[in-house]
Design a protein around this ligand. Sequence first.
Ligand SMILES: Nc1ncnc2c1ncn2[C@@H]1O[C@H](COP(=O)(O)OP(=O)(O)O)[C@@H](O)[C@H]1O
Ligand SMILES: O=c1ccn([C@@H]2O[C@H](COP(=O)(O)O)[C@@H](O)[C@H]2O)c(=O)[nH]1
Length: 249
Amino acid sequence: MQKRVRLPFFIGVAGGTASGKSLVTKKIIDRLETTAGKRKQVISIHLDSFYKELNEESLRKAEAGEYDFDHPEAFDFDYLIKTLEKLDAGHSVQIPKYDPGLYARSGLITIQPADVIIVEGILVFYDDRIRDKFGMKLFVDTDADIRLARRVRRDVGQHNRPLSLVLQQYTRNVKPAFEEFCQPTKKWADVIIPRGGENDVAIDLLVQHIQDLLRTPRGSPDLEQDLARGASLEDTIESAKVAQAGRPH
Ligand SMILES: Nc1ncnc2c1ncn2[C@@H]1O[C@H](COP(=O)(O)OP(=O)(O)O)[C@@H](O)[C@H]1O
Ligand SMILES: O=c1ccn([C@@H]2O[C@H](COP(=O)(O)O)[C@@H](O)[C@H]2O)c(=O)[nH]1
């Protein structure tokens, strides 16, 4: 029998830098929004929003290509989990918008509650409190040379960084941190997506599966479990009535 899902349905998308996490996320959202039987709201959150703010010394290091943006210590995972819990409870939240060109937050984004919430970033499977929120975990697996080529193009072209610093940051911090902290989290993935955003077969299969999960009736025989997860008593009783009505006499 198809497993029942509880909304919001959280999906985690992890993978190395420039592996195609954002492209995979965008394609999933576009396809879900246009094809979901009953229209579903889907939003995404980027782990970048949860970078800790830099003090002057760290900023100097960042500008010299020496700050480690790939180490788990660079992220405020407490803030991320609090944000996910608020969304889980149906509240809207404001999160920082991060600008890598400035190495700083550049405003706030309002995130409305949604049926499907995709959280993407290099270390979204690193902290078990965040990992445990995901009903589906995807790891985008793209060849390291291709990722480096894209990263150089992005950092030099879009973020105006000197090539020598981009390469220094990559060899000093990005690559070692990928191997130590990101790559090992692949073991938590439900699905590994080779080649990332160009893998339309994998993305179509995933979208189909997500649609099936979202279509599954939400009536549950387990009232206590529903209540423990925070459903209101009225909703839980209503779900039970629906489930009961559908059973053979
Ligand atoms: N399949 C692809 N073919 C060509 N360029 C791609 C592909 N996937 C991503 N890119 C480009 O590579 C860069 C990184 O992709 P992105 O999806 O942002 O990766 P991530 O979110 O993992 O950092 C972007 O500039 C994007 O346009
Ligand atoms: O100011 C910054 C913030 C982050 N980075 C790098 O970004 C990647 C993570 O983002 P992806 O979109 O997954 O590539 C990480 O490798 C950081 O090194 C940065 O260079 N500067």
